[in-house]
Design a protein around this ligand. Structure first.
Ligand code: CMP
Ligand code: MG
Ligand code: ZN
Length: 322
């Protein structure tokens, strides 16, 4: 299905890339320890199917051209609804049904999670999604729902190529722009106005990428990191430890089956707090701080340097282009 429309960008490679990125985040941040096996499975499947049978044209194009899919989904999240629906149809085939051993309840839970996650990849929900999460995180004791957290992670991974090394980011950008330009060609042929970034003769590539990084990607990554720090703080010793054998030992010593309220073994939690307190002390050397000040759990943010570097290169290209 991913190869059906021979898209330069929205094909099986993008699906694999997003699935790999989601997997990386789950493992590297320790987020997987906050989740049940079913939730991890749902997240990876959602990443794999999130652009299934993409037509190589945007929701705006579907709506403006009155496509069958736009008619079917009443102009709302047209592509995203289609990706989910078409993928679940494939999963119903006997020889493709990787869900056949799930119980009825497990299947319902997995399906609801996947639908929530993939619908939230619609860029028209982007600002609302970020605003909702930001507001939630300002509360004294935020209770972040699994589906909201995972939706934000998937959305961030979906727009994560500007947060990777220049060569990768540049390749993905060129592929996406070629897809946009082909849509522009279609729009011109149909007498429709050009969608943003779709006119191959009048698109400022470098400027558009600087804007995309500054207004979309950077704020998304920042909110996602804040969210991960909040939800992973209570399980910091487990989340921090990327050695699976030790982590599973810590989990199995918990008496509670619900990963939401995972019990952290006591010695482990002390160790991590000491470690974080020491980190805090060394980073604030010379400044006076009350010793009782609570420390904050922090995750690594390797994307920050990539975003800055990529933006710098686009800025140099923008100047050259002028
Ligand atoms: P999709 O992969 O369906 O969901 C995320 C969307 O972000 C993607 O489609 C594009 O429409 C958009 N996007 C991703 N990368 C860029 C980029 N470099 N410039 C502009 N838009 C982008
Ligand atoms: Mg999509
Ligand atoms: Zn995508």
């Amino acid at each position: 299905g991913y190869c059906r429309f021979r898209n330069p960008y929205h094909n099986n490679l993008h699906a694999a890339d997003v699935a790999q990125t989601v997997h990386h985040v789950l493992c590297q941040t320790g987020l997987m320890h906050w989740l049940t096996d079913l939730e991890i499975f749902a997240t990876l499947v959602a990443a794999l199917i999130h652009d299934y049978e993409h037509t190589g044209t945007t929701n705006n194009f579907h709506v403006m051209s009155g496509s069958d899919t736009a008619m079917l989904y009443n102009d709302r999240a047209v592509l995203e609804n289609h990706h989910i629906s078409a993928a679940f149809r494939v999963l119903k085939d006997d020889d493709c049904n990787i869900l056949q051993n799930l119980s009825r309840d497990e299947y319902r839970e997995l399906r609801t999670l996947i639908i929530d996650m993939v619908l939230a990849t619609d860029m028209s929900f982007h600002f609302q999604q970020l605003k909702n999460m930001k507001n939630l995180l300002t509360l004294a004791e935020p209770n972040v729902e699994k589906s909201k957290a995972l939706s934000l992670v998937l959305h961030c991974c979906d727009i994560s190529h500007p947060a990777k090394k220049w060569d990768l980011h540049h390749k993905w950008t060129m592929l996406l722009l070629e897809e946009f330009f082909r849509q522009g060609d279609l729009e011109r042929d149909l007498g429709l106005p050009f969608s943003p970034l779709c006119d191959r003769n009048n698109t400022l590539v470098a400027e558009s990428q600087i804007g995309f990084i500054e207004f979309i990607v950077e704020p998304s990554m920042a909110v996602c990191a804040d969210m991960l720090e909040v939800i992973l703080a209570p399980i910091a010793p487990i989340a921090n430890n990327n050695n699976n054998s030790l982590s599973s030992k810590a989990i199995s010593s918990s008496t509670n089956d619900d990963a939401n309220t995972l019990n952290v073994p006591e010695e482990a939690s002390c160790e991590a707090i000491v470690c974080e307190a020491a980190e805090e002390k060394s980073s604030s050397a010379g400044t006076e701080k009350p010793t009782s000040m609570p420390t904050r759990f922090k995750i690594k943010k390797p994307w920050i340097t990539c975003l800055a570097e990529n933006k710098k290169i686009w800025k140099e290209q923008a100047v050259k282009g002028e």
